[in-house]
Design a protein around this ligand. Sequence first.
Ligand SMILES: [Zn+2]
Length: 101
Amino acid sequence: MHTLTHRNLTFLSVTEIRKELFDTSELIAAYRGKDPFFSGPGGQYNAKVVKVAESLNMSMVLWTVFPKDHEEDDPNVIIKECSPGDGRRGYIVPFRQGADL
Ligand SMILES: [Zn+2]
């Protein structure tokens, strides 16, 4: 999961970080159950963010491939970005919806 407001969590207080993660988690849980993973907007994090997440039983996970789908409309280009071609498996790829990210 991500966050509702997409603010850089490293600039927020512990209370604000907790609210972002908790509120987002509760909303998602209402539709598809608890998600124990989160990624900070922009991949931004620090020890404070990780500690708050852990207090909510969440683990931070970042992506390993960035598809740039917010910059590109051609699906063939996006697919190529998501296929590094090194034969490894298990990549984490964040896909986006909409242009306002
Ligand atoms: Zn984001």
